[in-house]
Write a protein that binds this ligand. Structure first.
Ligand code: G5P
Ligand code: MG
Length: 224
């Protein structure tokens, strides 16, 4: 009998659908480790690593970075998290990435945020982030306590280079062409759970109920 089962989840949704915002709430309520591929790439850009320098123009233009690069990066991070519940945000984003993940880990749940593109475009131009932590703000939805400064550290907030209207349009196109097929991939495996809406605060209670049930079912299976 296993002492505990590890909970492995993925959160998906178009750019700006609220993956980072909902992930922070999931971490607070359920405690998994959050791994965001975008945060990881931006940390490499800030640190001016070779990978960061190579990937910057790709990201700034709203294109996906190559599958082999991101899969290697994420799988290396996950190896250090073998005994931990985790929540992947922004990966996998192509069927090839989903297959690479599948060769090593079985995903228990995929939370899909289904938010209309029109809602998203308005949100991203008023987004501000704290790059070192990945904390996300929005001048309308969840503004920082002091304008321009991170609530926890007091450090400066910045806007993402890929949040311009033209780049957002390209990111949404990339999502339609390359990421939507991943939804079908997980639907056929029976692990996809879709939450539709235009407001995170209305979607979140449904996700909370779903995860409570999911985790208690997993716990019962371990005890049985
Ligand atoms: P990222 O960093 O993964 P995206 O484009 O997938 O970027 P993004 O932009 O980070 O996703 P999100 O996390 O889904 O969006 O959304 P969020 O930040 O939580 O919320 C967006 C804004 O809306 C915030 O300001 C938030 O406060 C606000 N908000 C939330 N809810 C509400 C609400 O109810 N109402 C209102 N008014 N506002 C709200 O990837 C970036 C790039 O990295 C590369 C690609 O180049 C990608 O474009 N990359 C990869 N490339 C290949 N493969 C991968 N796996 C890759 N991963 C990253
Ligand atoms: Mg994000």
């Amino acid at each position: 009998m296993a002492l505990r089962s590890i909970f492995r989840a993925v959160i998906m949704g178009p750019p700006g659908s609220g993956k980072g915002t909902v992930s922070a709430r999931i971490v607070k309520s359920f405690g998994p480790k959050h791994l965001s591929s975008g945060d990881l790439l931006r940390a490499n850009i800030t640190a001016k690593t070779e990978l960061g320098l190579l990937m910057k123009s790709c990201i700034d233009q709203g294109q996906l970075v190559p599958d082999d690069v991101i899969s290697r990066l994420i799988l290396r991070e996950l190896r250090a998290m073998e005994q931990t519940d985790w929540l992947l945000d922004g990966f996998p984003r192509t069927v090839s990435q989903a297959e690479a993940l599948d060769t090593v880990y079985c995903v228990d749940t995929v939370i899909n945020l289904d938010v209309p593109f029109q809602t998203i475009k308005q949100r991203l131009t008023s987004r501000w982030i704290h790059t070192p932590s990945g904390r996300v703000y929005n001048m309308d939805f969840n503004p920082p306590r002091v304008a321009g400064l991170d609530d926890d550290t007091g450090e400066a907030l910045v806007q993402r280079d890929d949040d311009t209207p033209e780049t957002v349009t390209r990111r949404l196109k990339a999502y339609e062409n390359l990421t939507e097929p991943v939804l079908e991939y997980y639907r056929s495996k029976g692990v996809l759970e879709t939450f539709s809406g235009t407001e995170t605060n209305k979607i979140w209670p449904h996700i909370q109920v779903f995860l409570n049930e999911k985790l208690s079912t997993m716990k019962q299976k371990v005890v049985a």
